[in-house]
Design a protein around this ligand. Structure first.
Ligand code: DGL
Length: 255
């Protein structure tokens, strides 16, 4: 039993979509969210840069004496999770990856599009996942450079982002896809736009809830859940000193 906070990080606002699920699943835990908005986006940067930025985020949280770390970013998870686990073997470190498994198992031989950053889709972690499931489904990876930037700029709906997403999805929609996996935590905040473009028959999958449950399971096994029955706290920290950033963090958390 451990009263210390859980540290959660992302390249910016995206991981707040995971934080929301963590707060719902474990309302008594204290949570510290670190968004690296000064350096977002990660998904179009070279791997070495993503690696050192992600390590900086983890080190920042460890300096705050967190009891566990959640990498609430598919891109950072793909690059850095095994390095961090090796470096900090006694700290539970949980990551997120595109929720391809539930999407593939949903219907027999369905057609699944995966929206994610160019880095996530190019890295071995996703390539192996895709190889594994491509026997059961047709999988269409959709690299979405620029989409996380809309979310970082607080643009979550409207004509411009609708046209942008429509262009991204057009080739996959021609294949009459059945499902879309949101393989970047930022995209949860524009799910409504994606659903509107794809139509009501296309099911959208998101790994946030599964990640929150996995975190709870790991904390229980390690006997790190909080013994407190009072409501936990949520603290937002950003590498971008603009005071509007923290205001937007609260807005997205409560959306
Ligand atoms: N939120 C991050 C993810 O889940 C990526 C956004 C970015 O490119 O920084 O992949």
């Amino acid at each position: 039993m451990d009263l210390r906070a859980i540290g959660i990080f992302d390249s910016g606002f995206g991981g707040i979509s995971v934080l929301r699920d963590i707060a719902k699943v474990m309302p008594n835990e204290n949570l510290i969210y670190y968004g690296d908005s000064a350096n977002a986006p990660y998904g179009t940067k070279p791997i070495e840069t993503i690696m050192s930025l992600s390590e900086n985020c983890a080190n920042f949280l460890l300096a705050r004496d967190v009891k566990a770390i959640v990498i609430a970013c598919n891109t950072a998870t793909s690059v850095v999770i095994s390095i961090l686990r090796q470096k900090y073997p006694t700290t539970p470190i949980i990551g997120i990856e595109p929720a391809l498994k539930p999407a593939v198992l949903w219907r027999e031989h369905d057609k699944v599009a995966v929206m994610a950053t160019p880095a996530t889709l190019a890295l071995p972690k996703f390539q192996e996942l895709m190889k594994h499931y491509s026997k059961e489904s047709d999988i269409y990876p959709i690299p979405c450079p620029g989409l996380a930037d809309y979310v970082e700029n607080g643009i979550l709906d409207g004509e411009e982002i609708t046209a942008f997403i429509r262009d991204l999805l057009a080739p996959a929609l021609e294949h009459n896809i059945d499902a879309i996996v949101l393989g970047c935590t930022h995209y949860a905040f524009v799910e409504r736009v994606i659903q509107r473009i794809a139509g009501p028959d296309v099911k959208i999958f998101n790994g946030a809830h599964g990640t929150a449950l996995e975190l709870q399971r790991r904390l229980r096994i390690s006997e790190l859940l909080t013994p407190s029955s009072s409501k936990g706290t949520v603290e937002f920290i950003s590498s971008n000193p603009d005071p509007n950033i923290i205001r937007l963090c609260h807005q997205l958390f409560n959306a």
